[in-house]
Design a protein around this ligand. Sequence first.
Ligand code: C2O
Ligand code: CU
Length: 553
Amino acid sequence: GAVRHYKFDVGYIIRKPDCIQHVVMGINGQFPGPTIKAEVGDTLDIALTNKLPEEGTVIHWHGIRQYGTPWADGTAAISQCAINPGETFHYRFTVDRPGTYFYHGHLGMQRSAGLYGSLIVDLPKGQKEPFHYDGEFNILLSDWWHASTRDQEVGLSSKPFKWINEPQSLLINGRGQYNCSLAASVINTTLPQCKLRGGEECAPYILHVDPNKTYRIRLASSTSLASLNFAIANHKLVVVEADGNYVQPFAVDDIDIYSGESYSVLLTTDQTPNKNYWISVGVRGRKPGTPQGLTILNYKTISASVFPTSPPPITPQWDDYNRSKSFTYKILAAMGNPQPPKYYDRRVQLLNTQNLVDGFTKWSINNVSLSLPTTPYLGSIKFKLNGTFDQKSPPESFSSDYDILNPPKNPNSNIGNGVYMFQMNQVVDVILQNANVLSGKNSEIHPWHLHGHDFWVLGYGEGKFQPSDEAKFNLKNPPLRNTAVIFPYSWTALRFKADNPGVWAFHCHIEPHLHMGMGVVFAEAVQNVRGIPKEALACGRTMKVFMNNNKHN
Ligand code: C2O
Ligand code: CU
């Protein structure tokens, strides 16, 4: 493969993502950041320079497994030190699998601030995908707030707690329209008609298509909070890829996409060609306080400025979880995908709860709310620097009499930063168990994302996971994913093989939730990691290791 060089300057820029002027975290003056396009087998060499005035930064390559390069995973305090203002860090890693991915900031809430972009890996020239298409579009979805990320962060870590609330706008490739609707003339809304000519920063990203062709739409969600539903009026979508893995194709009218997920869907332009059609994005899983994001599917036989005559698709009811489940359960591995090992070596059951720590609102996993240490785990573990994080392994499970259907009896939990340590090639089952929130009768959706791996999603179930549920696991064609949701009051079972030496984050991809401690850390055979570049670990207690002994590495 080729080596592809990129130069990424991360800095603040003034933009109008939803027509309202705002400070945005951009790359090379762009928002969203540049799209990276590579082929399987290529090496990406991205020189990231931090041009932010006063904060560190890192970028995570979401969905790229980083075999042999765990220091390039881009997780601050886990795989590397934050890159200081003025400094440059080289992310060098190979992309070994085709698919739809994205990248984003992984320090504090820099993703919410706008630090993201698309990463597409194509098959090598001459090789064919297992489905046909004539053209492709790439869509990165996100949500947008008018409060600054700084204000949001302070609110989340304050007493009393101040929630960020629902986003002001949904963005399609970084473009949305605040306080107006593109479809005001055809829907029942109090919003005025947007007056856009098309050249504005916030003008919609239009999909121009020829009739009677098939297009691959690559969709990824980098939302901070929102679970989304994507639909194109009058058109079916055939799902063919999820998180870089081929799935058994199935046709739907709309698709749910959670933060951290990516899909490819095939669109056949078989409708009346002298018309345009709405493409809609709406919120699911939380009571929406955000208007639909809209854009247009333009049949090139007519002008893109002709408004669609039929209304935009209606986003399914936000709390129709049965509908969400029926979509999610349809996702199965395509024939020929690797099957999971038949047995697990170790099972970790992770109870997700909302808690209080000293009166601060947090999320906890088995009663531990994650707070990252100052020295990155990768260096601490590799160089055996005890004392940089909790040496005691976090709990493998939770009390079997915990009542998941009600607020916690004892709301208090603890801050921690212990690590689940796995031996090379151990087969690990993770049961994610959802529960009721801190007060009131509610349970939220959490999309969990694992770094460094894909996992097989063996099953989903209602209520509390029971040992007998194991008999219902799908070991035949479970989908491989890097992100999977737990539905309210439900569990999700995952299996993966600890075959990638390194330290990997596993967390809820809702950024404020992670910020409130909703994550755990997995370390795998770290003694096998070789060749950590010293620029990755020039901070905290690992800095000394490199100063004292360059050969240590
Ligand atoms: Cu896309 Cu750790 O996240
Ligand atoms: Cu969450």
